[in-house]
Design a protein around this ligand. Structure first.
Ligand code: NAD
Ligand code: UDP
Length: 351
């Protein structure tokens, strides 16, 4: 059991990870500015975990990660009540690729300056254990598969550049002092907790395939536009490595345990995916088979900046953490639909 600071813990991946960490007995302080999330997510996490919200096991502090003074005050106040923060899981940040192209300075500010503010606050309080949310997009448009952690990185947009920059900062810190860090390169997390109480709730029209499909099923959009059917893939549509968000949440608990148990400094980089890529049409048909809901679609041109294929080699995570994605596409679709059908408008207007 440890006291953990979770930045961005009210968001999609953060809320599911908080639930898993609570079930492992950890005490959590979440800092989030709620710019892309709702505190209702954490109220529901508390309910699912059977803990009080706002009490010792799960607290939410509304804070921007760029506010170093406020971050330091969080570390100080926890230390003063003998519940010193021992590690950080750092989800907070911006993640929309096209927005990053339009507003690069904002992405460098939130994702990189926000991370350095957090790391400085950690250093000042001798908390040097961190799990960082990185992304498969650091590989750019790779030619050779499967992608291992030693595949050369080639970020092709500001979002991926900012994530790789933070990975590099963590590499520098590991050389300079006794830091333990794990950069987790997520492939495509989808689905929801099987209860349907928490899930993905993007603001506005979703950019990503999976929430767009669940929102079509909920009647919020008419049809899916499939971006490109002329890729060199079996059915011509783009391939990604989709993994269940609960598998991803469990990987964070495993990474945290691994680091807390390690006496030596660590600077890990791990791919998190299933190792099995699926095309857009595989996902559409998989969703229809798992839920019985038809997804109307039309083929349109490629989306600017999309790559044909991303698929992980997840063996290093299995070897080091003993973690492996175990849920199927049918599980991702069933659980994602349980969430969207019970919450057609997400957390908005709900209590
Ligand atoms: P999310 O937007 O649901 O969660 C991010 C959280 O960070 C939100 O709760 C948001 O309110 C908060 N936040 C944003 N800016 C902040 C700031 N300046 N200060 C404090 N809080 C702030 O996104 P997610 O899908 O849960 O992603 C979590 C992390 O994983 C992100 O860093 C993202 O880049 C990374 N990631 C996500 C995916 C994906 O497909 N979802 C894939 C790879 C990596
Ligand atoms: N995609 C699509 N229609 C959509 C959204 C996405 O055809 O409305 C495709 C996209 O071109 C890619 C795949 O679905 O091949 C996954 O896209 P997503 O944005 O979810 O993930 P990313 O491209 O960031 O890995």
């Amino acid at each position: 059991m440890a006291n953990i600071l979770v930045t961005g813990g009210a968001g999609f991946i953060g809320s599911h990870t908080c639930l898993v960490l609570l079930s492992h007995g950890h005490n959590l302080v979440v800092i989030d500015d709620l710019s892309n999330s709702s505190s209702v997510a954490l109220e529901r996490v508390a309910k699912l975990a059977g803990v009080g919200f706002g009490k010792e096991r799960l607290q939410l502090i509304r804070c921007d990660i760029r506010d170093q003074a406020k971050l330091e005050a969080v570390f100080t106040s926890k230390a003063n009540c003998s519940s010193q923060l021992e590690a950080v899981i750092h989800f907070a940040g911006l993640k929309a690729v096209s927005e990053s192209v339009a507003k690069p300075l904002h992405y460098w500010d939130v994702n990189v300056s926000g991370s350095t503010a957090l790391l400085a606050a950690m250093e000042a309080h001798e908390c040097r254990t961190i799990v960082f949310s990185s992304t498969s997009t650091v590989y750019g448009e790779p030619e050779f598969f499967p992608l291992t952690e030693s595949t050369p990185t080639n970020p092709i947009h500001p979002y991926a550049q900012t994530k790789l920059a933070v990975e590099q900062i963590l590499g520098s810190l590991a050389i300079a002092g006794p830091w333990r860090s794990a950069c987790l390169r997520y492939f495509n997390p989808v689905g929801a907790h099987p209860s349907g109480s928490i899930g993905e709730d993007p603001l506005g029209v979703p950019n990503n395939l999976f929430p767009y499909i669940t929102q079509i099923a909920a009647g919020r959009h008419e049809k899916l536009r499939v971006f490109g059917d002329d890729y060199l893939t079996d059915d011509g549509t783009g391939i990604r490595d989709y993994l269940h968000v609960m598998d991803l949440a469990e990987a964070h608990a495993a990474a945290l345990d691994h680091m807390l148990q390690s006496r030596a400094p660590l600077n890990l980089t791990l791919n998190l995916g299933t190792g099995k890529g699926l095309s857009v049409m595989n996902v559409v048909h998989g969703f229809e088979a798992a839920t019985g809901v038809t997804i109307p679609y039309e083929m349109v041109g490629r989306r600017a900046g999309d790559v044909p294929k991303l698929e992980a080699c997840p063996k290093k995570a299995e070897k080091i953490l003993g973690w492996k994605a175990k849920r199927s596409l049918a599980d991702m679709c069933r659980d994602g639909w349980a969430w969207q059908s019970a919450n057609p408008n997400g957390y908005r207007g709900s209590k």
